[in-house]
Ligand binder design. Structure first.
Ligand code: DC
Length: 222
């Protein structure tokens, strides 16, 4: 039987960096489910489809192929109709589009089996918003990873500036708050802590400390 670890939390809490390192330390496969929503968002942008429930989005889902694979370094690669879009989905615009499109029930249903199938055969650490509540409700360990909006906006701001992007802190903070609101107020699979999830707040903890904290929670509960 494979082991599943669910890590959920708001945008910018460090889920992906922390989960990736923890997976490496534990020898698990890391799966970033946000990349799937981002990829559907990119497909909508490319096809001029508004991120609202309706026929246009349904037709889009029927016409695209989203795949999750891994390169020889073991890193996740997302394919949209066979094209590697892993880099293209990392812009603030793609984040906002993903947040909007992820509120559509048909989009969530479309990505559900893809996510569940990944956890069937391998030991995984899967991160997202609804992994512990909807995708893998029987996960062996569930963690809700969070930090204040200001701490998360500061981290994201630094990340984007390091990548050479011209962004303002105030805009990033506004984006973080808007996405928090969208992600936790949608009708279907909203962002919320599963009843049996362990809460980990990293506001005052640096990256190394956060990784150690998550690994120790996992080892303790596995
Ligand atoms: O984790 P991320 O920032 O890459 O996620 C992008 C968007 O996708 C986020 O605003 C909410 C959505 N998402 C979701 O609804 N459910 C998931 N399991 C993962 C992401």
């Amino acid at each position: 039987m494979s082991i599943a670890i669910a890590i959920d939390g708001p945008a910018g809490a460090g889920k992906s960096t922390i989960s990736k390192s923890a997976a490496k330390k534990l020898g698990f496969i890391y799966i970033d489910t946000g990349a799937l929503y981002r990829t559907v968002g990119l497909a909508a942008t490319r096809n001029n489809v508004e991120p609202v429930e309706g026929e246009a989005v349904n037709n889009l889902l029927n016409s695209i192929k989203v795949e999750l694979t891994f390169n020889d370094k073991g890193e996740q690669v997302v394919l949209l109709d066979g094209e590697d879009v892993s880099g293209l989905i990392r812009t603030p615009e793609a984040s906002m589009m993903a947040s909007k499109i992820s509120a559509i029930p048909e989009v969530r249903a479309y990505l559900l089996d893809l996510q569940r199938n990944m956890a069937k055969t391998d030991n995984v650490i899967m991160d997202g918003r609804d992994i512990g509540t909807v995708v893998l409700p029987d996960a062996e360990v569930k963690i809700f990873l969070t930090a204040t909006p200001e701490a998360r906006a500061t981290r994201r701001y630094k990340e984007l500036v390091e990548k050479g992007m011209d962004v303002k802190y105030e805009d990033i903070l506004e984006d973080v708050k808007t996405r928090d609101y969208n992600d936790s107020h949608r009708d279907i699979a909203p962002l919320k802590q599963a009843e049996d999830a362990v809460l980990a707040d990293t506001t005052e903890i640096d990256l190394e400390g956060s990784i150690d904290l998550i690994v120790s929670i996992i080892k303790e509960h596995m």
